[in-house]
Write a protein that binds this ligand. Sequence first.
Ligand code: ADP
Length: 370
Amino acid sequence: MTPKSRRAWEWIVWGTLFVVVTTVLHNARTEIEQVHVVIVFLLLVLGASAGGERALGFSVAVAGFLAINYFFQSPFDTFAVAKSLDWTVLLAFLATAMVATDLLAQARAESEIARRHADEIERLSAEVRHTEALREASRLKDVLLASVSHDLRTPLTAIRALAQNVSLGAGDVPRQAGSIVEQTDRLSRMVADLLDLSRLRAGMFSVNPEFNTAEDLLGATLNQFARDGERERIRAEIDYSSPMLAGKFDFVQSLRILSNLVDNALRYSPGESTVTIKIGPHGSMLRFKVIDQGIGVAPTERKRIFEPFYRPSGSPPDAGRLGLGLAIARELAVTQQGSVEYSEGESGGSVFILDLPIAFAGTEELNSSQ
Ligand code: ADP
């Protein structure tokens, strides 16, 4: 309905209502008092002012004034006024009706202005969000280009030099061939990480949450470090006071998350220090805490370390990593209705908390103390 036809409808509806009310009151005018008539017409004016425009309210007020005078004040059916008190009633009605109409119209106009402001604010903030998203996308693209060109070129340069030597039969050929395999593995790991992150971001990475025990995930994680001789540095604490700790998570991808957190903890803390994995229930989550005694993360960097390609200033130079580990870990956890968060360690190191949906919630929660 157009605003014009809506306005026409309002006039028709309130005009008809006015005629009906006046007729009903007119038929009963010998039994009712003037005060009742005035109240009914005032209600009519208020209704018309609230439901329609200012002119409609004023028109019903004037029509009410005339109807009261003509039909309901003696002498009936004339515009003459016999008693001066009747004038007071008529003027009081008109003044009240006009003021109420004006106030309602003002309130409606103000609420309309407020609504327009709210719409404008919403539109502007959507624009800001859009611009920010574009800026972030452009920043990520720049970082990606810089990172990819730098980090992927390093192993490629090494592979080229090694391959050249091997083809000339120079140096220790078997060792150089082994290095080529190593560098190629590193390269394909980086490319795989890049692909995974872009699939995760696009919602095209499928996970398979199943019933798994915390103990199995812990065992598989520890096995990952058995070869590197780092296993002795890792201590595991499982909260056995609660019933069997199990969750609903993708085993392979959760292993990837936990291994990444443990790997970081080992790499960013002194060689002789211990890394502790604490496991316990936490509300509806199964909580894995990876606690190290390392350098920790500065408060200003704690959010940013989860951004792709981000390396805090002063962090060790490229060690064959793109800075994608935590970004992928978080995305993988979120895809399974879990989370990965940073929390400061008591002795200055880092605590990374992986939460995964629990299958059977225990009664006790993992103690917040480490
Ligand atoms: P990378 O593969 O480069 O280590 P990550 O995404 O795994 O990338 O980590 C991003 C950054 O977060 C790292 O460069 C490092 O500075 C910081 N970081 C991650 N884990 C730890 C930790 N346990 N202690 C201190 N700093 C950490």
